[in-house]
Write a protein that binds this ligand. Sequence first.
Ligand code: UGA
Ligand code: MN
Length: 316
Amino acid sequence: MKGGNYTSLGTCSGINVSGNVAGTRKMSLGKSIKMYLTIFILTTCIYMALYQYHISREPFAASEVVKPPLYIITPTYRRPEQLAELTRLGYTLKHVVNLLWLVIEDANKTNPLVGHTLDRIGVPYEYMVAPMPEKYKQTKKAKPRGVSNRNRGLEYLREHATEGVLYFADDDNTYDISIFEQMRYISKVAMWPVGLVTKTGVSSPIIQAGKLVGYYDGWIGGRKYPVDMAGFAVSVKFLKERPNAQMPFKPGYEEDGFLRSLAPLDDAEIELLADECRDILTWHTQTKKNAPAQALNRTRYKNTNLEHIDRLLVRP
Ligand code: UGA
Ligand code: MN
């Protein structure tokens, strides 16, 4: 009769067996289900615990996202080195969170090759154009390089930004990413040394007993702020409190003119970064000019990869 019971149970659960052997199998099936369920629940719990631990140790945890934003204004212009410079700078900026890269080209229209390069790098960006006024382009004298670009960047910030910090990063310089984390928290203006500037090899504020007492630079030129473009940052709020602040089209005096336009600004309010200006974290590197690539022989290299590569070459 037992067998019958088991049989009916077995039938009930769709297992068409009978007798004691079948009963034993049924018993072990029930146990197996319990065992698998226990293993499943235990595994899920362990996985969840490990996941929580992993999240708590993530370098970019939720608290990082609320860091003040950085606005990096980069003037750029068409030349054989352009895509290489933007690639190098872009991958530096990729190490920095909560950053918007304002890439502004001295041109009348954007270049799809630049857009493609920026997309590939994957840093959040805005790509705009701001051509140098024709009268400066034509001059035989020194040109105000990157000025219309930087002023376009300032205009963008006045319209779109409310907090955080702005920094002018020329496309050809070298930047240690720790300077970006330091400038993020400034309240007005900050300065620090820039390597490879003039015959002094460095342009730097001079600090004595913790105070800014002057500037060290191979060319002072009557400037109130003889600093390099790569050597200062400004808070967005501070900029917006000075609606007329902008960069003059005055070669050699761009930094000085812009910083003067931020008045009132006491020397004591200038924050000194890079270990109170004892360290060098930015460099005014310059890339060797490359001659434009010679024309491709289209007959000889017809239907080869060289036809594709040729479209990537930037000729002036
Ligand atoms: C130095 C300073 O570091 C610059 O900040 C300053 O604008 C420049 O001098 C100047 O006073 O003319 P330097 O290395 O001599 O820089 O100049 P570049 O690197 O050739 O140009 C500075 C920035 O402007 C670069 O980001 C560059 O891509 C851009 N630029 C240059 C233009 O947008 N248009 C140009 O015709 C030339
Ligand atoms: Mn440069």
